[in-house]
Design a protein around this ligand. Structure first.
Ligand SMILES: Cc1cc2nc3c(=O)[nH]c(=O)nc-3n(C[C@H](O)[C@H](O)[C@H](O)COP(=O)(O)OP(=O)(O)OC[C@H]3O[C@@H](n4cnc5c(N)ncnc54)[C@H](O)[C@@H]3O)c2cc1C
Ligand code: SF4
Ligand code: SF4
Length: 434
């Protein structure tokens, strides 16, 4: 029997609600196009909404993201579907696309939820919090994070024991276990792919001890420790809750490394590590911070000055390739590294190590295009078919790419790329109108 699907019609489908997709959606909506934005996570904002401050200005990331996110959420020309996956996209003709999208149940009436968190308090189940990158736990009934949009609870049904405590605690009675998946057929004239990037999994480099030594963390975990919405009230070693006083950064973890399948530079790790080092010196004034690097790539506007500022503040930079990390009984870590300038192997002790993990392509979206091929580049990012003249163009006419879906880039470049995708989408749509 043919599955019943509700049909929706919009001008543009934006897949992915990070800063790049958000920029494209806002520009298109301000011109007057009707935009459907789908996001697989329960909140919009992508990675940026979870960051501490941004290089090279040290502006608060949330202060830049939250006004944009609330403009997106309230814009009359933008409809946002969170918890939504794209199942397939087909080109039916010029300016004609059809997508099938699947909205997963949240088991909460989002419009009625006040975000009071009483369900969270009542829920007896604790699991690892993915939005704090495993540093703390969350409940099975939870608000993703304090500045999430929508700021509404989600029931994690896989871990829920159906005890009903959240239902009993909820004042507006908005928890609804009868919700089911909804499938929609979406007719659009154009598509913007803004599916972002994934982070390198440091478990793939076992000699660094991530997952085994608790005081070896990733840069995204440190980002959460430094953010205003941080899990602890200060920077702590996860192993014993001690405030660290001698931290090390290992740059290029999973970047420029053929042995782990990622030969390219991630473009952001040098700068976000230098940023975090500066923030750490502010948060822990007595701490020492050492950055082990192969090359510092401070290529953007104000970046080299930002690097020099870190040196002036007392951050130590060692041109060194870290071979192994081992743990001492007290939880401190021994880094064995090649001092590249001296040409000798050395060892150094630190009480916390941050792995500056690289940027990988977020895969899966190209397979959703069924009747035309969304080409990928040799590194599995979305191929820009005319990178110099029309950087948002892809191999399918009418499908545009925004942000890190096309390769590693920082926030200003992701916003520029989102702007470029919206401009090229507009000119594609205008062709039909004229
Ligand atoms: C530790 C760290 C620190 C950083 N610090 C800085 C900094 O200080 N300054 C700076 O300029 N940059 C910084 N960056 C880089 C910055 O995070 C990125 O430039 C920016 O987030 C890219 O935005 P984006 O929208 O392209 O991707 P993302 O933020 O990855 O957003 C993509 C969105 O698409 C969604 N999505 C993916 N697939 C689908 C799908 N199939 N259907 C629906 N939705 C989907 C994802 O869930 C996500 O919400 C940092 C990055 C890291 C890792
Ligand atoms: S029903 Fe599920 S989500 Fe609600 S309190 Fe019980 S375990 Fe938690
Ligand atoms: S679901 Fe109910 S109890 Fe939970 S945050 Fe929303 S309003 Fe509060």
């Amino acid at each position: 029997m043919q599955e019943q699907m509700k049909t929706l019609e919009y001008d543009v489908l934006v897949v992915g609600a990070g800063i790049a997709g958000g920029e494209s959606a806002l520009n298109l909506a301000n011109i007057g196009y009707k935009v459907l934005m789908v996001e697989k996570e329960p909140s919009i904002g992508g990675k940026m909404i979870l960051l501490s401050k941004v290089f090279p200005t040290l502006d608060c990331a949330a202060c830049i993201t939250t006004p944009k996110v609330s403009e997106i959420a309230r814009h009359p020309n933008i409809t946002v579907f969170t918890d939504t996956e794209t199942e397939k996209i087909n080109k039916k003709g010029e300016h004609q696309f059809e997508a099938v999208i699947l909205r997963k149940p949240r088991y909460v009436d989002v419009d009625a939820c006040t975000g009071c968190q009483l369900c969270e308090e009542a829920c007896p189940v604790s699991v690892t919090d993915e939005f704090q990158f495993g540093l703390v736990g969350r409940k099975a009934a939870y608000i993703p994070f304090s500045i999430a949009s929508p700021r509404a609870a989600v029931i994690d049904i896989e871990n829920c024991i159906l005890c009903g405590a959240c239902e009993r605690a909820c004042p507006p009675d908005c928890i609804d276990f009868t919700q089911t998946e909804e499938k929609f057929l979406v007719k659009i004239k154009s598509v913007v792919v803004a599916t972002g990037f994934d982070l390198f999994d440091p478990l793939k480099i076992p000699r660094y001890g991530y997952g085994k030594f608790k005081n070896v963390i990733t840069s995204m975990q440190m980002e959460r420790e430094l953010a205003p919405t941080r899990p602890f009230n200060t920077v702590l070693r996860p192993g014993d809750g001690k405030m660290p006083d001698n931290l090390a950064y290992v740059l290029c973890t999973g970047s420029r490394d053929k042995s782990v399948g990622n030969p390219i530079c991630s473009q952001i790790c040098c700068m976000y590590s230098i940023k975090q080092a500066q923030l750490l010196l502010g948060a822990l004034p007595m701490a020492d911070v050492t950055i082990y690097y192969l090359h510092i790539r401070a290529f953007g506007k104000g970046f080299n000055e930002f690097y020099a500022q870190a040196q002036d503040m007392g951050v130590t930079f060692i041109k060194g390739k870290v071979g192994t990390i081992t743990e001492k009984e007290n939880g401190n870590l021994i880094l064995r590294y090649e001092d590249i300038e001296a040409g000798v192997v050395k060892e150094a002790e630190h009480d916390m190590v941050v792995l500056s993990v690289g940027v990988l392509p977020h895969q899966g979206i190209s397979e959703k295009f069924e009747n035309q091929k969304l080409k990928l580049d040799p590194f599995h990012f979305i191929d820009q078919s005319d990178i110099l003249a029309s950087p948002a163009k892809t191999s399918i006419e009418g499908v545009f790419v925004a942000g890190t879906a096309s390769g590693p880039m920082d926030i200003p470049d992701s916003i520029l790329s989102g702007g470029s995708a919206s401009a090229q989408t507009t000119s594609y749509l205008r062709k039909e109108e004229l």
